[in-house]
Structure formats: C-alpha cells, structure tokens
Design a protein around this ligand. Structure first.
Ligand code: HEM
Length: 504
C-alpha cells in the first residue's frame, strides 16, 4: 500500500516538474516580464491597477500558471493600441466562451457564444436596443424616480441609507423589468401572486438577480441542500415560468399593442427569422437565454456604477455643485427633464464616464489567441517591442491598468469629470464597455437610465456622506478608501457605502 502511494506521488511530482519545465520554456519563448505560477485573480487586477505594468516597465506583461482554466500563459494588456488590435480582430482573438458556459441557465445566448452562433444572436438582438427602447428607458426611469420621491421618501427632508446599493439595485432592477422584460415593477405594488405561480414577478426577478453568483457556483444537485438555495432554485423556476407566460401572451395576440421593450423586439426579430427566408431560427430557449442575459449584463453593472457615482459626488461636494449648476441651467424650474434633452446633460455623462474610468464594473475582458501570432506594444519611454503569441495564449484586456495608465490619463487617481469634456479625451484608452464588435450592446440603455436617475436626483437632493462618529478621526483619504472599498462579485461590488440624501 505504502509503495503504491509513494509511486503515485512520484508520478505526480514528475508530472508537475515536467509541466514546470514546459511552462518555463513556453514563457521564455514569449520573453515577457511575468508573475510565476498563478493566474492573477480579478481582485489582483483591480488592486494592482497600472502598478504591475509600471513595475515591469511594459504595458503588456504576463503570468504563467500551473492551473489556469485553459491555456497556460496569460497576457495582461494596458496598451491602448494592443487593446484595439485584440478587440478588433475577432477571428484571431475570440472570446473564451467556455468560461461563460454556466451563464446559459435558460438557454444559449449572446454573451456565452462565439463565431456563427454569436453573429446570429448579435444580429437579432442589436435592433432591440433601438431609439424607441432608449426613449422607453428614459420615460420609465423618470417614472420610477418620481415614484421613489413621492411614494417612498415622501415629505422627509433627510433620507439616510446604510448602503447606497439598497437604492440603486432596485432602481436598476425596475428599469430592466419594464424596459427589458416589458413588465412594470415598482417600489410598493406587485404583492399579489398570480394564479399558477408561487412568487410575484418582482420577487422572482429580485431573488434571481441578487443571487446569480451563488447559482453559478452551486451545482444543480446541491440546490436542494439549504433553505436559501431551495428558494433560489424556486425563483429561477418562477422566472422561467413568467418568461413562458410572456412568450405565450405575445404569441396569442393577447398583448397586441406596439411595444419597445427588449423582450418584445427580440420576439419580433425571432418571428421574422423563424418565418420564411429567415437567416437562422431562434427557439423559445434562445429567447429566454438572451433576455435573461440582458438582465444579467445590465442590472448589477448599472446599479454599482450609480452607487460609485453617488459615493464620489458625496466625497467631492464641489464636483456635485458644478453638476447641480449645469443641471439647473437646463431645467431652471426643476421640472422633469425630457428624453430629447438628454444630450444637453453633458456634465452628467462626464461624471459617469469618470466613475466608469475609476471603477470599471468588468475589470478584465478575456480573449485568447486562436493562432500563432505576434503582438507589438510599447511603454512610457516610447520603446516598442514585438513578442510571439502562441495559439491558446490567454489575453486579458486589463481595464483598471489601462484606465490608470498615466500615458493616457493625467493624474489618473484624481476624480476629475471635466477631463471627459475636452474634445480630445483618449477614447482608445477607455474600455468600461469593451470595444470592437463585441462591445456592450446596452451602453446607450445604461447612459439613458443613468442620466435620468442622476439628473432627477441631483436636481432635488444633495448627496452627502453619512455622519458616523466612530469614523470621525479619519483623514479624507482614509474615508475615501473605506467608502470605495470593493469586492469582486459578478461585477465590481461596493462593500458598504452609507449616504444621506438631503432635500434641496
Ligand atoms: C454601466 C453599465 C454597463 C457596463 C459597464 C457594461 C459593460 C459591458 C462589457 C465590458 C461587455 C463586454 C463583456 C465581454 O466581452 O466579456 C458588455 C457586453 C454586453 N452588455 Fe453591457 N454593460 C453595461 C450595461 C448593460 C446593459 C444595461 C445591458 C442591457 C440591458 C447590457 C447588455 C450587454 C450585452 C447584451 C453584452 C454582450 C455583447 C456581445 O457579446 O456581443 N449591458 N457590457
């Protein structure tokens, strides 16, 4: 028995040593500065920002890992030209979709696919993110904010929230509920469970959206083990039932009016291609898979960006005042702004872009090399270098490193929205929505929602930091660091951001 174990261990050791030699050879063939033996986690990428690139002296560096998801060498990219090249050549640098397979709960979808399948989903989905959908997003966001002011905050002059996401998560969920799924959900109604269901739509959407991360890591067979996972399983089942209802209602003609939510538009596109002469079909599973992924892609990203934005404005009251003044110059009487006026709120957009630069919700966008190729990159000294990139190499577009790279951004740690008001701001070094053919489809959706939320809120309320005596001895930098702490979740997540909203 002992000798069997010894033999087994020896074989393992030889395997590991062999692997290490092989990896070293592979790494030397690329010849880039590197981290040894571990893939850098999301959080390291965020915490490291541009510092790793600075340490290595190049805006592309590597890690060589024994146990990566697939492939052994990873290149981290903080060079804007290389980002353009990688995101611009989909055939050479596709998305490693095996990393996303767990996102196909309800069906195949645009985020977790590549090549011909992705092309089909993108072609059918893109028209749903239309001007009419944007207008719906605006009008419904305004309605949701008025509902919050009138029916939840009512006549209170001071509203304290223990964690800002307690407000921003519901706002973003209600917006996606109506402009994505075509179902209005609001702060107070939706208490009645309809026949044939065990949860309201609002609760199913809420439980699913808040626990996707758990659902991703708990295998199907373990879902019945705890009360929480059983409830989560039920919420997923319920959301699917609701989506089945919506497909049936729309197909049966019960809902005939013209609708511009993403679900209705996607169904129209599906019915077109499923009819004669269509360029490929879209099953009900595909429909559910894609509409669910729109929610997944658009809920937390939007909610967390709103939260970081409010936090930064509370930390920098002078920036909030400049924003308030611009908003009031457009709506001096404090009336509700219209969709047609959206592009006038340039400062609101600049504030969002600055927040997204500093807190990109998706810190890295993975790709891989489909062939043996080369990449040429440079450093702050202007030196250039070309390295071989073997097929199978992982490539990570490193958003924090790019967004804090002083080659592109002056004083990158400063919160300075006005940098985005200059005509020549470095667009090529701004990747919160990714770039190229696979860039975010919901960018305008978010910008519309965000500007409506920010404009309505800042025109009526001042955002301030909560007064917490236990932290009274903190310096400004300590307070900022505490409030803007993050953890890596599905997207970059604020840990605790207590704020106060004071009526103006
Ligand atoms: C602050 C808000 C948002 C940010 C920062 C953001 C960021 C991103 C990023 C980085 C990607 C590329 C992911 C990758 O390649 O791995 C992406 C893709 C996508 N996003 Fe967004 N997103 C936001 C809001 C939204 C919203 C509101 C929706 C929908 C309602 C949405 C729908 C999508 C879709 C469908 C894709 C997949 C595109 C494709 O693969 O062709 N996003 N987003």
């Amino acid at each position: 028995m002992v000798s069997l174990v010894t033999a087994g261990l020896t074989v393992c050791l030889i395997y590991v040593l062999h692997k290490l030699v092989e990896l070293r050879r592979l790494a030397n063939s690329i010849g880039l500065p590197r981290f040894p033996l571990v893939s850098l986690g999301k959080h390291h990428i965020w915490e490291g920002k541009w510092n790793d690139a600075a340490r290595f002296g190049w805006d592309v560096y590597s890690s060589v890992a024994l146990l990566p998801p697939k492939g052994q060498i990873s290149l981290y990219i903080a060079d804007a030209d290389v980002v353009q090249e990688v995101t611009g050549s989909r055939a050479r640098f596709p998305k490693p979709v095996w990393m996303y397979s767990s996102l196909s709960f309800f069906g195949r979808n645009i985020v977790a696919s590549e090549f011909e399948e992705w092309k089909k989903y993108r072609k059918l989905s893109a028209p749903s993110f239309s001007e009419r959908n944007n207008k719906l997003v605006w009008d419904e966001t305004v309605r949701i904010m008025l509902d919050l002011f009138d029916n939840v905050w009512q006549d209170r002059n001071v509203i304290a929230v223990d964690h800002c996401v307690d407000i921003t998560l519901p706002i973003a969920l209600f917006v996606i509920g109506v402009a994505g799924f075509g179902r209005r959900v609001s702060w107070k109604d939706d208490q009645v469970v309809p026949p044939g269901h065990r949860m309201t739509f609002k609760d199913a959407l809420h439980v699913v959206s808040m626990n996707i991360f758990t659902r991703l890591i708990v295998p199907n067979w373990a879902m019945g083990f705890t009360k929480k996972t059983r409830e989560l399983g039920q919420a997923f089942d319920e959301l699917e039932l609701y989506m089945d209802d919506m497909i049936r209602e729309r197909r049966s003609g019960a809902v005939r009016e013209e609708r511009h939510d993403l679900f209705s538009s996607l169904m129209d596109a599906a019915d077109d291609v499923n009819g004669e002469g269509g360029a490929g079909t879209l099953s009900d599973m595909d429909l559910k898979g894609n509409i669910f992924i729109f929610m997944l892609a658009g809920h937390e990203t939007a909610a967390h960006t709103l939260a970081f934005t409010f936090g930064l404005l509370a930390l920098y009251p002078q920036e909030q005042e400049v924003l308030y003044q611009q908003i009031m110059s457009i709506i001096p009487d404090g009336r509700t702004p219209t969709y047609e006026e959206m592009n006038l709120f340039t400062r609101s957009m600049a504030v969002f872009y600055e927040t997204l630069r500093m807190f990109p919700p998706a810190p890295n966008m993975p790709k891989y090399s489909a062939e043996d190729t080369t990449l040429t990159f440079s450093n702050s000294e202007g030196e250039r270098r070309t390295v071989p990139v073997p097929a199978g190499t992982n490539l990570l577009v490193n958003a924090p490193a790019l967004h804090y790279n002083p080659r592109y951004w002056h004083d990158p740690y400063a919160f300075d929205p006005s940098r985005f008001l200059k005509p020549d701001w470095p667009r090529e070094a701004f990747v919160p929505f990714s770039q190229g053919a696979r860039a975010c489809l919901g960018r305008r959706f978010f910008e519309t929602e965000g500007i409506a939320v920010l404009t309505m809120l800042v025109s009526r309320y001042k955002i301030e930091l909560a007064d917490e005596p236990e932290f009274s001895s903190e310096t400004f930098e300590q307070r900022k660091a505490r409030l803007l702490r993050t953890r890596a979740g599905l997207t970059m997540t604020p840990i605790r951001l207590p704020l106060v909203f004071k009526r103006r």
